[in-house]
Design a protein around this ligand. Structure first.
Ligand code: G6P
Length: 611
């Protein structure tokens, strides 16, 4: 979703801003722009094309200046046009924004009466006009005008503001959308994400909700919205600028698929005992609080929600804990009944997803015993605001379609299940040892599955021209079918739906004919014979089957209608993780064949920081 970069320096900032924007491209956007202060006036360039086009425009048209802001926009209010793109300008002020100003219509009405006219359809321009009104017409110093305007805002924002009459300062603020301050030597920066600033600094300050920052080359001062000064710790990032390079791969998604063996190894590192998981690396770890858990509520969005669904099967079957899983955007707007000793778990790659974060804040008022987040971003809002945080350690994930973040979320949930099951004695020492050994073998098992890439590529060749597709699974493989379908639709734009195979005859079977591919996730497990019956129902209606089975299974026969893809046999507890991998590869290759933008599929954002 929208990306912000700002810099105040003693050198031209356009190269820093543009490099920052290109590092934020992965978040998803539909237009972009830059504004610098040059010789006391604003120089602004915007486009509805990619950042590389903006770079060409800046090179051709020139954008000098030692203070500037830049933005990638993911449209919320107003279609993606250059006029609606940020930065916006009112008088001598220019501003970029990530978030939604919910009361912008009322604000606009008043401002129109005051004589303001608006060029764009955005809420951002209205907020900027409000700041301008308070500064220029009411005579408040800019910092006070900024704070006063923000105190009147309903909604969410991350903002960076400059004034050509105050050319050595950037004003920034956040509420509900991420923003980080980067500290350089005689230069300071602001951005939506540390990744944007890694080429210029590794020292950061994470703004808290409702804080304002005033940046000059010499200082960074932080205030509450009431302008009381706050002091923050400086954090050193251990990410390096290389974290976002494609290396030998054609796409980030492809790189991230193949990074999974390593990522899974990192997730488990230091977290395994002889027959149990060692969760002491969880920040704020409190064994007593976790052990008295009777119920679990998991809340998440998108792929992370699918991880939660898998977690439910494990937590109920292996640890005997009643677990329910909900989509965050639904949970936050309904009345929930919370039983005693219920642990609230959020799952998120970014830790900044607006709905998931809102649920955590709500849950704190709802009587849960504690909140635990499973997250890939160590300094995210979700991690900072949860009682406990288990980091998935997948490394930076840039491809919009989540891959290694998902499988490391699954492994984190398995580790939590193992710990809770051992503590509650629903998992015996011997079973615990077996799970520990399976997890130790997981990176190699994942590597072996991924080595079947060529076969999957060939399969994708038969798939890519299809317009619709069904994914079927049963039991714990049902959420894997959902995730397989989501991956395919996200990046190849083939309409795909995941179904619990037992539901087939309650509707989707009406769609089956010889043109409809049906992907079945079918490892050897207790539900295999049930799944076979469901598959027969598809065969009887001429459906084309693509069955992911495993070596040694006698369950399916290759024939004109049925393609069998065999995965290496592995411990059953690993099946959800291992069977995810070829489905990611299938989606990836279909997208490449269809020529879509694999890493930044249309209309999607990596980090959904608005509701
Ligand atoms: C977006 C991304 C998905 C992701 C979802 C939840 O839709 O495109 O890949 O699964 O947000 O994001 P989170 O960061 O909370 O896991």
């Amino acid at each position: 979703m929208c990306g912000i970069v700002g810099a105040v320096a003693q050198r031209d900032v356009a190269p820093i801003l543009l490099e920052g924007l290109s590092r934020l491209e992965y978040r998803g956007y539909d237009s972009c722009g830059i504004c610098t202060i040059s010789n006391g006036s604003l120089r602004c360039i915007k486009t509805t094309q990619k950042v590389r086009v903006l770079m060409d425009m800046v090179r051709d048209e020139g954008c000098p200046g030692k203070t500037g802001i830049a933005h990638t926009r993911w449209a919320t209010h107003g279609v993606p046009t250059a006029t609606n793109a940020h930065p916006h300008i009112v008088g001598t002020l220019s501003m970029v924004h990530n978030g939604i100003i919910e009361n912008f219509a009322q604000m606009k009405e008043t401002l129109v009466k005051e004589g303001y006219a608006f060029k764009s359809q955005t809420d951002t321009e209205v907020l900027l006009a409000q700041i301008h009104f308070l500064h220029v017409k009411k005579g408040l110093p800019l910092k006070e005008a900024f704070a006063t305007a923000l105190r009147g805002v309903k909604g969410s924002y991350a903002l960076a503001l400059i004034d050509s009459e105050d050319p050595d300062t950037i004003y920034a603020a956040r509420y509900g959308s991420p923003l980080v301050i980067g500290l350089g030597i005689e230069e300071n920066f602001v951005a939506s994400d540390v990744l944007a600033l890694l080429p210029v600094t590794r020292r950061f300050i994470y703004l808290d909700e409702g804080e304002i920052a005033v940046l000059t080359t010499k200082s960074v001062r932080i205030y509450s919205l009431d302008l009381v000064e706050h002091h923050h710790e400086i954090c050193e990032s251990d990410l390096d600028a290389e974290s976002i390079s494609k290396g030998k791969y054609r796409h980030f998604m492809q790189k991230e698929i193949f990074e999974q063996p390593e990522a899974l190894k990192n997730t488990a590192m230091g977290r395994l005992g002889a027959d149990n998981a060692d969760l002491s690396s969880i920040t704020g770890f409190d064994p007593k609080l976790l052990e008295k858990t009777d119920c679990i509520k998991i809340v998440a969005c998108g792929t992370s929600y699918h991880a939660g669904l898998v977690g439910k099967y494990w937590l109920e079957e292996l640890a005997g804990i009643s677990t329910s899983v909900e989509i965050a955007s639904e949970y936050r707007y309904r009345r929930a009944v919370v039983k005693d000793n219920t642990l609230f778990i959020t799952i998120s790659q970014s830790g900044e997803t607006a709905d998931t974060l809102a649920c955590l804040r709500l849950a704190k008022k709802q009587g849960y015993s504690a909140s635990l987040c499973i997250c890939n971003a160590g300094s995210s809002s979700l991690v900072r605001e949860s009682d406990f945080a288990m980091l998935t350690r997948a490394g930076a994930e840039i491809g919009v379609a989540s891959t290694k973040a998902f499988t490391t979320q699954l492994l984190s949930l398995l580790l939590i299940t193992l710990y809770l099951g051992r503590t509650r004695k629903t998992i015996s020492a011997e079973e615990g040892r077996k799970i520990v050994n399976a997890i130790k073998a997981l990176p190699d098992a994942a590597r072996e599955v991924l080595s079947g890439d060529e076969k999957i590529k060939e399969l994708a060749g038969r798939f890519a021209d299809k317009h619709n597709c069904l994914f079927l699974g049963r039991g714990i493989m049902y959420p894997i079918a959902l995730e397989g379908a989501l991956k395919l639709k996200e990046i190849s734009y083939i309409h795909a739906e995941g179904y619990a195979a037992g539901e087939l005859k309650h509707g989707p079977i009406a769609l089956i004919d010889e043109t409809m591919p049906v992907v079945v996730v079918a490892p050897d497990n207790a539900l295999l014979s049930k799944l076979e019956s469901n598959i027969e129902e598809v065969r009887a209606r001429g459906g084309r089957l693509y069955v992911f089975s495993q070596e040694g299974s006698n369950a399916f026969k290759d024939d004109r209608q049925t393609n069998i893809i065999k995965l290496p046999a592995a411990d059953p507890v690993l099946q959800p993780i291992l069977f995810t991998l070829p489905l990611q590869q299938l989606a990836y290759h279909c997208a490449v064949i269809n020529g879509t933008d694999v890493d930044q599929p249309r209309n999607l954002a990596k980090s959904v920081t608005v509701e």
